[in-house]
Design a protein around this ligand. Structure first.
Ligand code: ADP
Length: 493
């Protein structure tokens, strides 16, 4: 009797495993952090064997804590940090270099050369992405160019590439599975959105042999079996973390969108089977779908500093002791007294893409106090999200109707209400705290028949708190005007 789905949630700083039952209750959870390696400013690496070991330990501990028998697990779903790049030897399974993490800027120079060669439009047209060091393609090139003997071995078909999903499946299956899903593939800058396959021209431009690349499958698909505690478990779901959260939030229809309020904010809006090209600073990416379904797409906008501004108030400014204290201070006053904070600590992301912008506080007077600054910081998270929502609205024919939310800072009721007010949308916070892992579990469960259909899943996820807009239009407009003047001031400086 199959009673559970095991979700592996391999994040940037830790590997987690969660066992869900038929009603999506969390039966058990285990988490292991792994080290980050910073060889130079702006460079970020991880040891692929540590990623694998942390994930294996987390899944073993998770099942041990639950008391479940491995035979009772119907299927495994995997969700992962996106873009992080691993290259290993086919015959030994040994990585030829550390994993180059998505945040790593070492390939900025390669990206500049691509820009100078006038490839921005071609790459955007094929991949839906802006040329950036963030994506995997230039990271693979860097490894082939800089690791001794790597290029020769790659050309002889002796090396394999994978994002973290691919690496984990390959290790857990003793090298039987070398596959990825469309959502992860769409973050490599090597994947053609239209054909749904690796793009020969881009592979040639970056000098990457096709033999290194994994096969590509739908997110809900039987990828193969992995060996775990004496049983053979099918992997039936794979998706990059943000796409997994979109699925976990049941954003199945065009116009449905979710925002994850973590360190940064990641907003994805489902655009159905339309490949929408953004005219307002968003990127186009693939949304998770199941075997046999038409491929679907999403628009994505990321805000670099979201919850991190609250961490900054706590750790650097010492204005609060705990992140949740920000809500208490924000509610003590009726508004910020005209103060706006633009937390452009590392430039501004979507829709501005201004790498030179720096953090700015405007509108300060003698009457400005601690609570005003704290409230302005919280409001900045909502304003930045609103700018991304406006981009989504202008890129899509049908304006979005509601915003589903998750992530650490979505626990803040003040912030959620302010988001509803400033965006004029219902903000829907599900009870399910684990939207990212839930997405992988849903994909795996739907594929293996553990869950019947999307309707069953929607019913499981229905209990939610809804924040509805209460602000009048004039106040909203006035506040947004102030915010956009603050953005102007920040960028002018
Ligand atoms: P990540 O997955 O990016 O590490 P989390 O989803 O765990 O992030 O969210 C943590 C972030 O949310 C931190 O930056 C923290 O400052 C912020 N945060 C956590 N709780 C609150 C809260 N109650 N109010 C505002 N921000 C919060």
């Amino acid at each position: 009797m199959k009673k559970y789905i095991l979700a592996l949630d391999e994040g940037t700083t830790s590997a987690r495993a969660i066992l869900f039952d038929k009603n999506m209750n969390v039966v058990s959870i285990a988490q292991n952090e792994f080290p980050q390696i910073f060889p130079k400013p702006g460079w970020v690496e991880q040891n692929p064997l540590e990623i694998y070991a942390s994930q294996y330990a987390a899944m073993t501990e998770c099942v041990a804590l639950s008391g479940a028998a491995p035979e009772e697990i119907a299927a495994v779903g995997i969700t992962n940090q996106r873009e992080t790049t691993i290259v290993w030897e086919k015959s030994t399974g040994r990585p030829v270099f550390n994993a180059i993490v998505w945040q790593c800027r070492r390939t900025a120079g390669i990206c500049e050369k691509l820009e100078e060669a006038g490839l921005a439009d071609k790459i955007a047209e094929k991949t839906g992405l802006k040329i950036d060091a963030y994506f995997s393609g230039t990271k693979i090139k860097w490894i082939l160019d800089n690791v001794e003997g790597a290029r020769e071995k790659a050309e002889a078909g002796e090396l394999l590439f994978g994002t973290v999903d691919t690496w984990l499946m390959w290790k857990l299956s003793s090298g039987r599975i070398h596959l990825t899903d469309h959502t992860n593939a769409s973050r490599t800058m090597l994947y053609n959105l239209r054909t749904g396959d690796w793009d020969e021209e881009l592979l040639k431009i970056l000098g990457i042999p096709r033999s290194m690349l994994p096969g590509i499958a739908p997110s809900g698909h039987l990828y193969g079996n992995i060996d775990f505690l004496g049983v053979s478990l099918p992997v039936c779901g794979v998706a990059g973390d943000q796409q997994s959260a979109l699925f976990g939030q049941c954003c199945f229809a065009p116009g449905e969108m979710k925002n994850t309020y973590g360190t940064g904010c990641f907003l994805l809006a489902n655009t159905g089977s339309d490949i929408v090209r953004s005219k307002s600073g968003l990127i186009t990416t693939v949304a998770a779908t199941l075997d046999g379904e038409a491929r679907e797409y999403a628009l994505e906008g990321s805000v670099f500093v979201g919850g991190a501004v609250i961490k900054w108030l706590r750790d650097s400014m010492k204005l609060i002791d705990e992140a949740h204290d920000s809500e208490y201070f924000a509610r003590k006053i009726k508004d910020t007294g005209g103060v706006y904070m633009v937390p452009a600590f590392s430039g501004l992301g979507a829709p501005y893409w201004d790498m030179h912008a720096q953090g700015t506080i405007v509108g300060v007077t003698g009457g400005t106090g601690r609570a005003h600054i704290i409230r302005a910081a919280l409001e900045s998270i909502a304003y930045q999200t609103e700018d991304v929502i406006r981009s989504v609205s202008s890129d899509m024919d049908k304006p979005p109707v509601s915003l589903k939310v998750d992530g650490g800072a979505s626990a803040n009721g003040f912030l959620m209400q302010f988001q509803a007010d400033i965006s004029g949308l219902d903000v829907v916070r599900a009870d399910m705290k684990e939207a990212t892992a839930a997405g992988a579990a849903y994909l795996a469960g739907l594929t293996c028949g553990f869950f019947k259909d999307r309707e069953e899943i929607k019913a499981l996820a229905s209990a939610a708190k809804i924040f509805s807009p209460e602000m009048d239009n004039d106040t909203r407009k006035q506040k947004l005007d102030g915010w956009h003047r603050a953005i102007k001031a920040c960028r002018a400086y």
